[in-house]
Structures are given as C-alpha cells and as structure tokens.
Design a protein around this ligand. Structure first.
Ligand code: SF4
Length: 363
C-alpha cells in the first residue's frame, strides 16, 4: 500500500483518488493576472497549484492568493534553500525540492525542520535535465534518478519527516517509466507523475497521455501533473481526460463517439462538439448527467455502442435512434438533436455505467 502525504487538506496516496496538480505560468509581479490564472485552474479542477519561487520576497504571493482561493499551494524551489524557508514562512502548503541542485546537508536539514514545524509537505522532485553528465542508456539514467531521490529521502527520514511525495521526471516516456517502476519497488512514498519538456501541444498531449497513463494503468501514481507548452488550464483538462479514460475518476459525462466515415449522413463532428460544450455547462451548473453518453454516426456500430452507454444515439439520415441500454426509447431529428438528447440526459439519474464509480471516492 502506498503511504500517504498531505498538502494542506488534500490527502495524497493511500486509497485516495489520483490527484491533479496544476502550475501557474504567469509573472508573480502581475498579481491580478496571476489570480485570474489561479481561479481558472481551480474552475477547471486543479486540486493543488504549484508556483515557481525564484527570488527573495516572491514567496509572499502565497499570502495574497490564499485570500482568494482555497486550493493548496506548492512552492517550486531550486538552488537556494533560503527561498524554501521563505515559502514555509509565507504559508505555502508544500515545497518542491530538487536533490540535484540542493545538495548541502545542513541546508536541507534546516528546510526539513521548518517544513516539519509548519506541518507542510515536501516533494522530492528529480528532473533528468538536472544531471550534469550523460548516461549510457535510459536504464542508467533511471537508476541515477532513483538513487539520487533515495539518498535525499534518507536525509529527510533521519529528521523523522515523512510527509513526502516523490517525482522522477524525464523527457522520454521510457526513462520516466523505468525510473518510477524502479522507485516503486524500493519505496512506498506517493508518486507524483509527469513527463517533462514534452514539446508542442499535440505531441505533448500524446506523450503525457502515454507516459502518465501507462504508469497509472500499472497501478503507480498518486498525483499527476500534465506539462504542456500551452495555457495552464489545458494541463488540468488533459489530466482529467487521462484519469477519466482510465476510469480512475469521473469529472462529468464521458462522450463516446465514432470517427465517422462515408456511412455517416449527419455532421457528427459539429454535433459532438456542440453536445460536449452544452453537457459540460450543465454539469458545471450542478446538473447530474449520465456517466456515458454515446453519439454514433450510423447503424453499423451505433446501436451496440449506444447500448453500452447509459444513453446513446445512432444517427441515420436526418434523424437518430435513441437507446437507453438495450431499449429504443425514441427518435430525434438531426436539427435539434443536441437539445433533445440533453433534455433526456438531465432527466436521468447519474450514470449506470461503470465510469461513475470513482466519482464517489473523492475528498
Ligand atoms: S459508426 Fe458508422 S459512421 Fe461511425 S465510423 Fe462506424 S461505420 Fe462509420
């Protein structure tokens, strides 16, 4: 069983659901923009927010943001242990320390003792880019990442400190996977998963989904952070899609739709986009919708997929057949299908499909 850590009130590890962490990208000097960004992350579903603290005095941002948002804050610290001490003093709920650039034992001990007194968490975060040498293979890199993390953890453990999460991130999926799997064999600290420096948006989404999703599907990982060269709220959205795709958590209705082909006689791409937008608006407004909703382009796979969802529609020419499980319950026209299907959805109890299970395991 994975150990537990806590970042403020957010419990990580144990049997708790996999958490989603975000990161602010804006300048700390433009406080109102930063607050708007933080609020967007919270609205999207971030459960903890990391902030890079680079200079003396910057940690005071925690005091400002905490006046407006309740999500716990994590200070990302490199090189300078005094910044970590400032983060603790200013009310951050966790600090991320990098064993590859915070190496003096006396400094580490001072930070850990301060974190312990304040009852805040430490993430021991290794990034492969922090090594100053090349490795002969990805296995060798992964082994070096793990041994650096374990050596750092020993210092924390000798101070009787255990409110810890660990991350081992590389820019390749293979090295990240090897490092996390190796670490999990040696230690039960909760793992924070991520693939770092993933590249442009679409490639980054693919890399993150395979890397993070692969580890999650092997039962590893207690908190995830998706890194994209894109606005920060998109990182949270993709994190939610990854968790939902693996049926680990549910954040609203899952839409099952086909890729369309020449058999499709409606504009399914538009229908699905419009439906998703409206469904999310209803979900955010407090309406409960079915867990799985299928929108299929024709009668070939449509009825089958629609039946496996809580509710579904298989389109034909200008209209669609609506299924609830294996029963046909009506017909809807192409023109008003989004509104008509949503009307039927909001009247249903929240999902009977298995994706709903994880919705209850939060908090
Ligand atoms: S469900 Fe029908 S329209 Fe959609 S991809 Fe399959 S065959 Fe084509």
């Amino acid at each position: 069983m994975v150990a537990r850590a806590h970042i403020g009130k957010l419990i990580i590890g144990g049997t708790y659901p996999v958490r989603i962490k975000g990161m602010l990208k804006g300048s700390l000097t433009d406080r109102s923009s930063l607050l708007a960004e933080a609020r967007a992350l919270v609205t999207e579903g971030a459960e903890a927010i990391r902030i890079a603290v680079k200079r003396p005095g910057e940690a005071a941002i925690a005091q400002y943001l905490k006046k407006y948002i309740e999500v716990p804050l994590v200070a990302d610290i490199h090189f300078n242990y005094k910044l970590a001490l400032e983060a603790v003093e200013n009310g951050f709920d966790a600090i991320r320390l990098n064993p590859l650039n915070l190496t003096k034992q006396a400094e580490i001990k001072e930070v850990v003792d301060a974190a312990k007194r304040a009852d805040i968490s430490v993430r021991v975060g290794i990034n492969s880019g922090g090594f100053k040498k090349d490795f002969s293979s990805e296995q060798a890199l992964a082994a070096a990442m793990v041994s650096s993390a374990l050596a750092f953890l020993k210092i924390l453990e000798r101070r009787d400190f255990s409110n810890i999460t660990v991350s081992l991130k590389a820019s390749t999926i293979r090295a990240t996977t090897l490092a996390n799997r190796l670490f999990a064999k040696k230690s039960d600290y909760p793992l924070h998963l991520g693939i770092t420096a993933t590249g442009p948006y679409q490639e980054a989404v693919v890399k993150s989904s395979i890397g993070i999703g692969g580890l999650l599907s092997q039962g590893l990982g207690s908190v995830i952070r998706v890194s994209l060269t894109a606005p920060s709220y998109l990182e949270i959205r993709i994190a939610k899609y990854i968790l939902q795709a693996l049926d680990l958590r549910s954040f609203g209705p899952q839409i099952i739709s086909c890729p369309t082909c020449s058999r499709c006689q409606v504009d399914l791409i538009k229908i699905v986009n419009d439906f998703q937008k409206e469904a999310l608006t209803l979900h955010r407004g407090g309406h409960t919708l079915p867990g799985k909703i299928a929108l299929m382009g024709c009668e070939v796979n449509g009825p089958g997929e629609a039946r496996q969802a809580d509710i579904g529609v298989a389109f034909g020419k200008k209209r669609g057949v609506v299924f609830k499980k294996d029963k046909i319950v009506g017909f809807i026209s192409e023109k008003s299908c989004v509104t008509e299907l949503l009307k039927r959805c909001v009247k249903m109890p929240y999902g009977t499909a298995k994706s709903r299970n994880s919705a209850k395991t939060q908090k």
